[in-house]
Design a protein around this ligand. Sequence first.
Ligand SMILES: Cc1ncc(C[n+]2csc(CCOP(=O)(O)OP(=O)(O)O)c2C)c(N)n1
Ligand SMILES: [Mg+2]
Length: 485
Amino acid sequence: MLSIYRTMYLSRKIDDKEIQLKGQNKIFFQISGAGHEAVLVAAGTVLKPGYDWFYPYYRDRALCLQLGMTPLEQLLSAVGAEKDPNSHGRQMPSHWGHKKLNIVSQSSPTGTQLLQAVGCAEAGYRVKLIKELKNRVQDFHADEVAYVSLGDGTSSEGECWEALNSACNLKLPVLFLLEDNGYAISVPVEVQTPGGDVSKLLENFPNLHIERCDGTDLLESYAAIQRAVQHCREGKGPALVHAKVIRPYSHSLSDDERLYRPDEERTADSERDPVKRFGGFLIEEGITSQDDLQRIKDGVDLVYPSNALDANGLLRTAIRCDDPVLFLEHKHLYRQTYNKSQYPPDDFMIPFGKAKIVREGTHMSIIAYGALVQRSVVAAKQAEQQGISVEVIDLRSLSPYDWNAIVASVKKTNKVLVAHEDSLSFGYGAEIAARIAGELFEYLDAPVHRVAALDTFVAYAPQLEDVILPQAADVAKAIQELYSY
Ligand SMILES: Cc1ncc(C[n+]2csc(CCOP(=O)(O)OP(=O)(O)O)c2C)c(N)n1
Ligand SMILES: [Mg+2]
């Protein structure tokens, strides 16, 4: 589910990046897939790259990503680079093509792809019929499907009706995905389609399986596509999925929809934004948290181990995951004997975003990371002699960070101290302290305290370094203050 969200979000972000590049005159044309992402990722999940055949149209960025085209390949297409696998700079951007994934380069006249897809499916049909052909074709699969997509406007073209005609007549395994965003540039669907409903006109086409769905709803789209693909794979004939989508941006960057679309309509559309909707669904259902979604959006993970074992487990996670990770190692901690541990087994890994309770306590919580973990433990042990029970939490990951662990600890102890070597002003702890104050105010018996470096660069002389960076004694002092507040 999260990887589906990620692809939808990525698709939108690549569109946004290209729009920015167009503004900078680094690319010369942009047409987006915004608003169409949900049904396209659903199609890319159900169909098989390099097995089925794909005749997409320019809105199908999210489909291509889901099938395995990389963001780099898409951006190479945007700049018309020779290395672009879509067309090596021959076609306009968003004219998708990829040999390995079986995505066939499309023509610029809208609708032509429909005939090409039917031709592809008919080739498979002929191979099944004619024995001699079987030995002459490679990589043919008896249940393969030819996917083709089109917009509502394109459905008015002769090619569309010719394609449906042959596909139904020969019962070809063609999946027609009609991405109905209500407009063909500035022409509303009800102006050019009799009755304004394309699939209604097709109801009596023999052998044609019809599905209708809200194409901005991931799960509904997925179910519709799955039933449609099954119909095709079982050799029962073509299927048409009529997906109602939105077009939150103008037709292309050569168009300004504010000149012909009322504001109310555009606002109503934005309520159905598929990326927002699916993100909201994942949170509502408890499948993910706001923090994890944010993490997908931020892209870079940031980890900061405080000891050798954590460094090992986090480094393995960093190497084995696909995400970019900033791995911060504290040089001073390298040779500290308290950091030693056994070398862990091969499968030992530490997940990102999971804090460690280094020491349990009841009177206050210290949220720390890096060098301040050990110094906090030393201070906590001293405090224990005076009957003060201090919980010490090692965040280990700074992005994402383990908010749940912080919440649980603050609710238990009601007093909190944030400790780190970063500078006090604008440091990492400022964010944590602000969030605790903002979201856990009712659980606090004292203001959030902070122990951090002085607001200056760290000096060379060891005596100065000790003064500038927080030591165990500074933590001990803050514990006393917080305890007696
Ligand atoms: C045969 C042909 N006629 C006109 C155009 C110019 N044109 C490009 S996209 C488009 C509108 C297509 O609308 P629709 O099929 O609804 O797809 P959407 O862009 O809304 O997803 C038009 C008229 C074209 N590319 N090819
Ligand atoms: Mg349209």
